[in-house]
Ligand binder design. Structure first.
Ligand SMILES: Nc1nc2c(ncn2[C@@H]2O[C@H](COP(=O)(O)OP(=O)(O)O)[C@@H](O)[C@H]2O)c(=O)[nH]1
Ligand SMILES: Nc1ncnc2c1ncn2[C@@H]1O[C@H](COP(=O)(O)OP(=O)(O)O)[C@@H](O)[C@H]1O
Length: 161
C-alpha cells in the first residue's frame, strides 16, 4: 500500500518488543526499553498504548497530531485495546478490522513467519481469539486474502485513489 501511495503516512509505534531480523529502528518501530516506555507513558507522549502478548506498544502523539493538523491522512496499525482507546479520544476515527481469511490460515501465517517460538504463537493466537470476537465493534471489516486486494480496499476506504 505504501509502495503505491507513499503519501499515506503510517504511524511508527514505540514498542518494548525486540526487533525481528530486518526490522529497523524508526522505520518499523521505535524499539525502546521498559524504562523508556515508562517515561513515554508518564510524559503523556503516547496517544494510546497497550500491552499485547507480553510487550507494550504505543502510538507517539506528536507525529500524529502534526499530520492531522496539516490535513494529511493518518493510518494507525494497532491492536483491539488501542482501537478502543482511539475511538474514545478521537470519535471521528474510522476503525477497520483486518481479518484473516480463516482461523487455519491465520495459524499457518503466524507459524510460517517463523519469528516466534511456539509459546509466543500460542499467546498471540489467544489474543487473536479475543480480537476476532470484537469484530462487530469496528466500522468496517476487510478480509486479508490477497495483499494487493486488501490494500486497494483500504485505500478506497481512506479516499485515496
Ligand atoms: N495499541 C497498540 N497496538 C499496537 C501498536 N503498534 C502495534 N500494535 C499491535 O500490536 C500487535 C503486535 O504487533 P507486532 O509485534 O508487530 O506483531 P505482528 O503484527 O504480528 O507483526 C499487533 O496487533 C499490532 O497491530 C501501538 O502503537 N498501539
Ligand atoms: N495476504 C497475505 N497472504 C499471505 N501471507 C500473508 C498475507 N498477509 C500477511 N501474511 C503473512 O502472515 C504473517 C503475519 O502477518 P502480519 O501482517 O505480521 O500479521 P499480524 O500483524 O496480524 O500478526 C507474515 O509472515 C506475513 O507475511
Amino acid at each position: 500500500m505504501r509502495k503505491e501511495h507513499p503519501e499515506v503516512w503510517l504511524s511508527v509505534s514505540a514498542t518494548t518488543r525486540k526487533p525481528r531480523p530486518g526490522e529497523q529502528h524508526g522505520v518499523h518501530y521505535f524499539f525502546v526499553s521498559d524504562d523508556e516506555m515508562d517515561k513515554l507513558i508518564a510524559n503523556g507522549e503516547l496517544l494510546e498504548w497497550a500491552e499485547f502478548a507480553g510487550n507494550r506498544y504505543g502510538t507517539p502523539r506528536a507525529a500524529v497530531q502534526e499530520r492531522l493538523e496539516n490535513g494529511e491522512p493518518v493510518l494507525l496499525e494497532i491492536d483491539l485495546q488501542g482501537a478502543r482507546l482511539v475511538r474514545e479520544s478521537m470519535p471521528e476515527a474510522q476503525l477497520v478490522f483486518l481479518a484473516p481469511p480463516s482461523w487455519e490460515e491465520l495459524v499457518r501465517r503466524l507459524t510460517g513467519r517463523g519469528t516466534e517460538p511456539p509459546e509466543v504463537i500460542e499467546r498471540r493466537l489467544g489474543a487473536a481469539k479475543i480480537e476476532l470476537a470484537a469484530e462487530p465493534e469496528f466500522d468496517t471489516t476487510l478480509v486479508n486474502t490477497s495483499v494487493e486486494d486488501v490494500a486497494r480496499e483500504l485505500l478506497a476506504l481512506m479516499d485515496v485513489v
